[in-house]
Design a protein around this ligand. Structure first.
Ligand code: SF4
Length: 315
């Protein structure tokens, strides 16, 4: 097939827009949407530091590459890659080395924070101690805590996360199915500042997962393609299948879900005056929490995982 814009050979068919794109126009289309989100989500005032969450997988690697490509001409903007080592044996080390290669290639500083050093446990040890609970339900919140902590340490103004369009529509649907309006209202990208919480921004929010993968391959971006050993247990897989089915039957569904979520968030933000609710810290791990004990620590307590000195988990 020929490109709908220039008659060169097409490398991609975009079903939701009914177009075929050659390599150059595919790059241009992805970069245009990312630039538009950067303009919308990030307010550049004086010196701006953006901590970029880099797991080493395709999404975070493409995000770092694009942020560097788009923002490196700006003199007052600094990118720092930040990586969480959850302690998943046989998996995380691959992401760490891919991330290191990409940072070296782009000349970007990288910091790593590990669950073991911070809390005295690894995700593997938590999973061994609590075989009833889905690993992702520990991993997700703890990783968010650690990313926020390291972003605070590097004095970042924003924390960029590589959530793509598929991820975002899955998360939105999960919140709808669970009836969790509050969580939906709190979803990134964040439009207002809250004390102790670095604003999370999502530059890839309008890029479908397939386009992220194709961009990584065509631009020859190093990334880790291995799968987390706990992935198959993730609740999210059910929502992934539903979103894929919807998108096949009704092309454009993911964009429609994103647009719906944006409207709900805007409505909720107007009602709560920008989400300035009281922020407190978890009495156990010290992270920002909506309650006196954060959900991760509460789960650890319920699973009988011992907590040492009120500051560290210990198995
Ligand atoms: Fe963590 Fe689950 Fe992702 Fe594995 S699949 S890295 S356990 S959130």
């Amino acid at each position: 097939m020929k490109c709908s814009k220039c008659q060169r050979e097409a490398v991609y068919e975009s079903r939701y827009s009914g177009t075929f794109l050659c390599k150059e126009h595919f790059f241009e289309s992805v970069e245009r949407r990312v630039k538009s989100e950067i303009r919308k989500q990030i307010h550049f005032q004086g010196r701006t530091t953006i901590a970029v969450a880099l797991s080493g997988g395709k999404d975070s690697s493409v995000m770092l590459y694009l942020l560097h490509k788009i923002l490196s001409p700006r003199k007052n903007t600094t990118l720092i890659a930040v990586t969480v080592d959850e302690g998943i044996d046989g998996y995380r080390e691959h992401g760490l080395s891919s991330g290191e290669r990409l940072c070296e290639m782009l000349g970007i500083e990288r910091r790593t924070i590990s669950m073991a050093d911070t809390y005295g446990v690894t995700l593997d040890s938590i999973v061994n101690a609590d075989r009833e609970t889905i690993p992702c339900s520990y991993c997700g919140p703890i990783r968010r805590h650690l990313l926020n902590r390291i972003a605070l340490e590097v004095n970042a103004d924003y924390l960029a996360v590589g959530t793509n369009l598929d991820d975002y529509s899955q998360a939105t649907l999960m919140n709808v199915v669970k009836g969790d309006f509050d969580r939906m209202a709190r979803m990134a990208p964040h439009t207002s500042e809250r004390k102790g919480l670095i604003r999370r921004v999502l530059p890839l929010i309008k890029i479908p997962e397939k386009e992220v993968l194709l961009y990584a391959l065509l631009a020859r971006i190093p990334y880790d393609s291995s799968w987390c050993p706990y992935f198959r247990m993730a609740q999210r897989n059910t929502f992934r299948e539903i979103i894929e089915t919807l998108e096949t039957a009704f092309p454009g569904s993911r964009f429609a879900i994103l647009s719906f979520a944006e409207k709900v968030k805007a409505l909720s933000s107007a009602q709560t005056k920008g989400g300035n609710e009281e922020i407190q810290h978890c009495a156990i791990c010290g992270e920002v929490s909506k309650s006196d004990i954060c959900p991760s620590c509460r789960k650890m307590l319920r699973a009988g995982i011992q907590i040492q000195n009120g500051t560290k988990y210990l198995l």
